[in-house]
Design a protein around this ligand. Structure first.
Ligand code: GDP
Ligand code: MG
Length: 851
């Protein structure tokens, strides 16, 4: 029967995995191999996906994917895992896990690195969630230096520690389950480990509670021929489980020295780094106990791929040695041979680019595989090799590891019964979302107001203490306002990331994706796309930054591109003004329609993108549901700070330039003649004895407004607005609306103040001024006497504001996060074109219906 047909609580043994390509590969690597036991824990509230337990970890799988896995049902409390029949003796190790834990020491690194340090580069490799970043932060401490490797959006962080007489460079690589190079992360890690910047040594972080799956990656790194030292992390959790692990023996079996650690607190790191240095020095000095092929700590191991594939690998190895010259950075022969047999396309391409003879090797591989095709029957080489690796690991664990027979219901299980519950799951999720949204935007409003007030005060101060002139205006209205516009989002970003780090660190993020996946999948998205979309209603910039939690690149890109259609709070003032002016009785309904249109456009765009550019198989939704853990304050603060820094650093500069450009376009050319005239008129006014104070004031304001209107019309933006008229006339817009739309490129709330200047000469957004503006908008006439703003035009205009060019900051966020300006440009063109067509359709169809 199929895995998807099992009910909650049932157990089964995996028989076969169908399906193709990436899906199958990923499923196999996650441990869904023949003979493994799998238990159904529960379904999501919408019945899809399903939550399983396999190899002692939790994973969620969509029904459609589960249908590709053939299983045999086990009777309740049936067969025990193979490890049950191990004799106790062989597993005994010198100390109990608890005792071991008591002996562990934190790292005491030197504070600075003077003198002649010896250098050592190590790379951290491990599954997601095994504690790499914790180790990195604990070890590198204050020396942390965060750098993005250019070109890829995948990050690798570099840090240093000074330990003994070494300066050790640590590189934190992204998490991965294997090195098959199906995901960009995997390819990145592999290229890193084999490339020019290859590390001297790999530090493999393992989750001790979940060794079977974690060791899969270890084996693959081992095949690359790199020396590895492993940290048996989460040893504190392991110690509470009443299980046994003879890890010194496991280390010998695998040729990987292993040291227990608790990276969350730093325990065990002393011993770990001692071991690393010992291995490294042993390699340099050629010490037997380290490098000997038989007894060495890092001796090479070979997985036996079976009687069918081994001859093929052997033969191919001989050919590789003959035809591909051995250079220092060429991966080991057996690695190339076995990867080729497994059908590793990226490796084929790399070989083809580099060696003229590679084509010959590849056709030899094809030929060899064809000759054994009949014997492969229902299996293929890839599956046999995955099986063999898991077999190797099982064998090693059988001799060294003793599981706790009965699976007690853990705290994680209990929490999951509530938060992923059929009835409670959604309400709890929505409540948490509500709290996060409210905190980010309502609580964030206070510091935002303070920042705005502070920036305003600074502007006033400079305005009053500097000579009048373009320089002062640039400083006050361009630079200070621009910088203010950047830092004003900082509180939002900090609060949002506070919540996101807590959700991520506790493990709730995976559950929320689990709950939402079915709905989001319909849209061509991923369960994890939900949070960014919701955040988009507040502000698109942090929303786009929060797409980082989505591993699948395709889903992440689609999410990023549709977030701008979620109507952010900056668009609200425009809606309020126009809906209030033209739909006074039905303003709420209009608002609702607008928000809904945004969502609808997002859904349709997502489906469109999914079925065109981002077509094709994606990384399957095999998502690990990690055990719940308490986040540490340190890690939450670090996360928040890292994001804030990134925001200020990367967005800041560009947003600043953009706001200066827009300021410039609105400020120039100066109409000095008219300005002089205004000054003269005001002077005359002041000296006119026939006017009382009140009349004088009101006339002066009138004059100033007339000038502001005149200036707005004749500035560069005004001219562009005039020039754009033919383009927007089919939408029913006039040049004044054009000007306000163009000034809204910087930020959408600017549309309102620009309308204010154009129609009343007053950029003020006080209630009174707004009322006046709304009045003016209703009365505004075209040259032919018909009203400028009909309800139809207003509707088209509001939709246009909703859809077109999100804002400079959002576009920059898209460009930065996607790693390419092309996507920023795409978003601009797509949204503007779509806005035009929607407004056009509304205007034209509306005309037919109304007139
Ligand atoms: P990464 O994905 O490999 O970078 O893993 P992280 O460093 O982000 O850690 C994942 C989670 O495991 C976090 O919640 C950590 O606080 C937690 N964690 C890391 N190391 C340990 C450990 O040794 N023991 C326990 N109990 N939790 C740990
Ligand atoms: Mg990490």
């Amino acid at each position: 029967m199929k895995l998807s047909e099992l009910k909650a609580g049932q157990k089964a043994v995996i028989q076969r995995v169908d399906g193709t390509g990436q899906f199958r590969k990923r499923i196999l690597e996650m441990g869904f191999v023949q003979g493994k036991e799998v238990t159904v824990v529960q379904g999501a509230p919408l019945k899809d996906p399903i939550y399983y337990r396999i190899l002692d970890y939790n994973v969620s799988l969509r029904l459609e994917d589960g249908a590709k896995i053939e299983v045999r049902l086990l009777p309740e409390e049936g067969l025990q895992a193979a490890s049950a029949d191990t004799s106790e003796e062989s597993i005994l190790q010198p100390r109990e896990p608890e005792q071991e834990l008591g002996n562990m020491l934190p790292l005491r690194s030197r504070q600075h690195g003077k003198g002649n340090n010896k250098h050592l580069r190590i790379a951290l490799v491990g599954n997601p969630n095994c504690g790499k970043t914790s180790l990195f932060n604990q070890a590198s401490g204050a020396h942390e230096h965060v750098g993005n490797y250019s070109g890829v959006t995948i990050e690798a962080k570099t840090g240093y520690i000074y330990y003994r007489d070494y300066r050790i460079e640590i590189i934190d690589l992204p998490g991965a389950y294997s090195l098959s190079a199906y995901s960009p992360e995997e390819l990145y890690i592999r290229d890193f480990l084999l490339g020019e910047k290859r590390p001297d040594l790999v530090l493999n972080v393992l989750d001790t509670c979940n060794l079977e799956r974690n060791l899969y990656l270890t084996l693959q790194v081992k095949e690359l021929g790199l020396p590895i030292v492993a940290a048996l992390n989460m040893f504190d959790e392991f110690a509470t489980r009443g299980e046994r692990l003879n890890y010194p023996k496991l280390a010998r079996l695998l040729g990987v020295p292993m040291i227990p650690t608790v990276c969350r607190t730093g325990l065990g790191l002393q011993a770990l780094f001692d071991e690393i240095i010992e291995v490294w020095e042993g390699m340099l000095e050629g010490r037997e106990e380290v490098i000997s092929p038989e007894i060495g700590k890092i001796r090479p191991i070979q997985v036996n791929y079976g009687s069918l594939l081994e001859p093929v690998i052997e033969e191919l190895s001989t050919k590789i040695d003959q035809h591909l010259p051995f250079e220092a950075d060429r991966p080991p022969t057996r690695y190339i041979a076995s990867r080729l047999v497994e059908g590793d396309k990226p490796l084929e391409d790399q070989l083809m680019n580099r060696y003229p003879k590679a084509a010959f090797i590849i056709s030899a591989r094809d030929y060899a595989l064809r000759t054994i095709k009949d014997e492969l029957t229902s299996h293929d080489a890839e599956e046999l090799m995955t099986d063999a690796r898991y077999g190797f690991i099982s064998g090693a664990l059988r001799e060294t590891y003793q599981a706790n027979r009965q699976h007690r219901e853990s705290l994680t299980d209990k929490i999951d019964h509530i938060v992923a519950h059929r009835l409670w799951g959604f309400p709890i999720f929505l409540l948490l979302m509500y709290v996060m949204f409210q905190a980010t935007f309502s609580l964030g409003q206070y510091p935002m107001d303070w920042i705005e007030a502070g920036v305003g005060m600074l502007g006033d101060f400079i305005a009053s203490s500097m000579q009048e002139g373009p320089l002062r205006d640039l400083l006050v209205d361009g630079i200070i306002a621009g910088v203010g516009g950047v830092i004003v989002f900082l509180p939002n970003i900090l609060i949002l990331y506070f919540f996101i780090s807590i959700f991520e660190d506790t493990g709730y993020m995976a559950r929320s994706a689990f709950i939402m996946d079915k709905i989001m999948h319909r849209m061509g998205l991923h369960g994890k796309s939900f949070i960014p979309l919701i955040m988009g209603f507040g502000c698109n910039v942090p929303a786009i930054m929060s797409t980082r939690t989505i591993e699948s690149r395709k889903s992440r890109m689609i999410t990023m591109l549709v977030v701008p259609f979620m109507s952010c709070s900056a668009r609200l003032p425009v809606y309020l003004l126009l809906a209030g002016a033209l739909f006074p009785d039905r303003a709420a309904l209009v608002l609702f329609v607008l928000y809904l249109s945004g969502i609808l456009i997002a859904v349709l765009s997502a489906r469109l993108l999914k079925s065109t550019y981002f077509k094709g198989e994606d990384v399957p939704f095999v998502m690990e549901l990690p055990p719940y853990r308490l986040p540490t304050a340190q890690s939450v603060v670090r996360h928040m700070w890292a994001r804030a820094k990134q925001y200020l650093h990367k967005m800041g500069t560009v947003i600043l330039v953009a706001s200066i450009v827009i300021w410039f376009l609105g400020y120039f050319p100066r109409q000095s003649e008219q300005e002089q005239q205004l000054a003269d008129q005001i002077e005359r006014l002041e000296q006119n004895p026939n006017l009382n104070e009140e009349e004088r004031n009101s006339q002066r304001i009138e004059l100033e407004h007339a000038f502001a209107q005149y200036h707005q019309e004749n500035s560069w933006i005004g001219r562009i607005g005039h020039a754009s008229e033919p383009l927007i006339r089919p939408l029913g817009f006039d040049w004044k609306m054009g000007v306000s739309l163009i000034s809204g490129l910087a930020a959408k709330e600017v549309v309102v103040s620009t309308l204010g200047v154009i129609y009343t000469g007053d950029p003020d957004d006080s209630e009174e001024a707004q009322h006046q503006l709304s009045e003016r908008i209703r009365q505004e006439k075209r040259p032919d006497g018909s009203p400028s703003f009909t309800p139809l035009v207003a509707m088209g205009f509001m939709l246009f504001v909703l859809i077109y060019f999100p804002c400079v900051a959002t576009i920059i966020a898209i460009a930065r996060e996607s790693g390419s300006w092309r996507w920023g440009a795409f978003s601009v063109i797509y949204s503007c074109a779509l806005a035009w067509f929607v407004a056009f359709a509304v205007h034209q169809i509306g005309h037919l219906l109304v007139v």
